[in-house]
Ligand binder design. Structure first.
Ligand SMILES: [Zn+2]
Length: 482
C-alpha cells in the first residue's frame, strides 16, 4: 500500500497516533517506585520505601501523560494537618492552578480547611471527613464523557456532570474537561503527603451524559454558585425512614449538590435506646460518607446513654416537640390527639419556657424543628411568635452555643425570626427532617433564607472537633427537663 492512496485524514491520524507512546486505551497500568519516572515529573520531594513524599507547600508531581477519559487511583496518606490537591484536566502547557481540583484534607472539623478529602473543590464541595490522618486511603477518580466521579475507599464522594456549553469565570474559569495532564500538589506547610501505588486506565471517548437525574434548572444554578463560593450546603437532618437506604440518601445528596447528615432517632421506644445499640449503629455506618447525627428524642434520652457514647456522633440535636404541660400531660405537638391547647397565650409561654429549659440543660449542638407550632396554632405563627418570645429563644441559643435549624420541610422558623437570630450572631444549619423515602427534596426554603436573610458561610454551623464536644465538657443533666 502506498501512502498516496490514503485520504489525508487517515494519514493525519497515523501521524498523530501511530507513533504515540504512553498509556494504552483500556489497559490498566500500575505505577509505583519502579516506574515512577516513566509517568511523572517530580521535584522537591523524596522517594521513600513506600512511595513519594510531598513535604513542602507546592511540592508537586505532574503527569507526563495527558488523558481525557480515564480511571485513576492512588494510595494516599496524610500526616497531621497535611493538605493537598489532585488536579486533572490541566490544559496543555498550563500549571496545576488550572483544571479541576480534588481536595486532600483529613483534619478534624473546624480545623484546617473546611473541605475534606474527596471534595471536587468549588464544584461539588465535600465537608464530611472521609479518611483519617496517619492511615492509607484509596483516592479514585473517573472521568467518562462529561461525568466526573470521585471515590474515597470505594465510596463515591463527589459526582458531577459538566453541562455542555458551561461558562465559568474567575477562579473557576480553568475548570473544563479536556485532554489534560494530572498533578498532585501539597497546598500547605503542615505534615506530609505520601503517595503510594497508583493505577491509570485510559478509557474510550464517551459522549452520552450519564448520572445526575436533576436537570440544571434555575435551582441547580443557585446550588452551583453556592458551591463556587464554598458555602457549606449540608442537610444536617436526614433520616433513613420509610425504606430509604443509605445508598439512596447518598445518591440523592450527590444529585442535588448537598452533603448529608444522617440522624438516628435515640430515645425511649426508639431504635437506639442504650450505649450498646448506639455503638452497634455507629460501627455499622462508620465508613459511610455522611455526617453521623443523633436525634435526642423525648426528654428521657439523657438517662439512657453515657457521655462518651454520645460524643461518638459528629453532632447531636433535639427539638421541643415532646414535653409535658403544667397538668402533666405528655404532648407530642405533631399529633393533634396528643396536643392540648387550653389557652393559646398560656401555651406559647409554656412552649417558650420549655425551649429555654431544654437548651439550657441538654448539651445539644442544634435545635431542630424550631418554633414548630401544633396544627391548631400554626396559621397564627406570626402573631404568636412575638418579638419578645423570639428574643427569648434567640437568647437561649446564643447563651448555650446551640445552632438553629432552618427546616426545609416545615418552612420554619420564619424569615423574620432568621434575620433576628442572624443579627444576634446565632449559627444556622439546614435540615429536611424527611418522614419517608420520597420527601428529601431540594431545600428550597433554605435557599430562600440564604437570599432573604443574607446568610454567608460564616453564619453556618460545622460540627465540633472531637476534643471539643459539649457533652464531654458538661456531661448529661441529672434530671430530665420534663
Ligand atoms: Zn428528625
Amino acid at each position: 500500500m502506498r501512502f498516496t492512496n490514503l485520504s489525508p485524514l487517515i494519514l493525519l491520524l497515523i501521524l498523530l497516533f501511530g507513533c504515540q507512546t504512553g498509556p494504552q486505551m483500556g489497559k490498566l497500568i500500575k505505577i509505583d517506585a519502579a516506574n515512577m519516572n516513566e509517568f511523572w515529573v517530580y521535584s522537591d520531594n523524596n522517594v521513600v520505601s513506600n512511595g513519594l513524599q510531598l513535604k513542602n507547600q507546592s511540592s508537586e508531581i505532574t503527569s507526563k501523560f495527558q488523558e481525557r477519559n480515564f480511571e485513576f487511583t492512588a494510595k494516599v496518606k496524610t500526616t497531621a494537618g497535611a493538605e493537598g490537591v489532585l488536579v486533572f484536566a490541566i490544559p496543555d502547557g498550563a500549571g496545576s492552578d488550572q483544571g479541576y481540583a480534588i481536595k486532600i484534607n483529613n483534619s478534624d472539623y473546624r480545623e484546617g480547611a473546611p473541605q475534606k478529602t474527596g471534595s471536587l473543590s468549588k464544584i461539588r464541595n465535600n465537608f464530611v471527613r472521609t479518611a483519617m490522618d496517619g492511615e492509607w486511603f484509596d483516592l479514585g477518580l473517573t472521568v467518562k464523557g462529561n461525568l466526573i466521579k470521585v471515590l474515597v475507599n470505594n465510596k463515591t464522594i463527589s459526582e458531577y456532570a459538566e453541562p455542555s456549553n458551561i461558562q465559568r469565570s474567575g477562579e473557576n474559569a480553568g475548570k473544563l474537561l479536556t485532554n489534560g495532564s494530572l498533578a498532585i500538589r501539597k497546598t500547605n506547610d503542615a505534615g506530609e503527603l505520601l503517595i503510594g501505588e497508583m493505577t491509570l486506565k485510559p478509557l474510550k471517548e464517551e459522549t452520552k451524559e450519564e448520572g445526575c437525574d436533576v436537570a440544571r434548572d434555575s435551582l441547580m444554578k443557585v446550588v452551583d454558585l453556592l458551591n463556587e463560593q464554598e458555602f457549606p450546603l449540608i442537610d444536617f437532618h436526614c433520616h433513613l425512614k420509610g425504606g430509604l437506604t443509605m445508598e439512596q440518601a447518598c445518591q440523592h445528596s450527590r444529585d442535588i449538590g448537598y452533603n448529608y447528615g444522617v440522624a438516628a432517632n435515640c430515645g425511649l421506644k426508639f431504635p437506639v435506646t442504650s450505649d450498646s445499640t448506639l455503638n452497634a449503629y455507629l460501627d455499622g455506618i462508620s465508613r459511610e460518607p455522611v455526617f453521623k447525627a443523633m436525634q435526642c428524642e423525648g426528654r428521657e434520652w439523657i438517662t439512657l446513654f453515657s457521655p462518651a457514647a454520645v460524643a461518638r456522633f459528629d453532632y447531636i440535636f433535639t427539638d421541643a416537640m415532646t414535653w409535658s404541660d403544667q397538668k402533666g400531660r405528655r404532648m407530642r405537638l405533631w399529633i393533634p390527639e396528643e396536643t392540648f391547647v387550653d389557652n393559646e397565650q398560656q401555651f406559647m409561654e409554656m412552649l417558650t419556657g420549655k425551649i429555654e429549659a431544654i437548651l439550657g440543660a441538654e448539651p445539644v449542638d442544634i435545635h431542630v424543628n424550631p418554633t414548630y407550632l401544633p396544627a391548631k396554632l400554626a396559621p397564627d405563627y406570626d402573631r404568636l411568635w412575638t418579638p419578645e418570645r423570639m428574643d427569648r429563644v434567640i437568647n437561649a441559643l446564643k447563651t448555650n452555643d446551640v445552632a438553629l435549624e432552618i427546616n426545609a420541610r416545615f418552612k420554619i422558623p420564619s424569615i423574620t425570626f432568621i434575620k433576628r437570630a442572624k443579627a444576634a450572631g446565632v449559627k444556622f444549619t439546614f435540615g429536611t427532617n424527611n418522614g419517608s423515602n420520597n420527601d428529601l427534596g431540594r431545600l428550597e426554603y433554605c435557599l430562600k433564607a440564604i437570599k432573604e436573610a443574607g446568610l454567608t458561610s460564616e453564619d453556618m454551623f460545622l460540627p465540633r472537633p472531637s476534643k471539643d464536644k459539649k457533652v464531654m465538657k458538661s456531661g448529661l443533666p441529672a434530671k430530665i427537663t420534663g
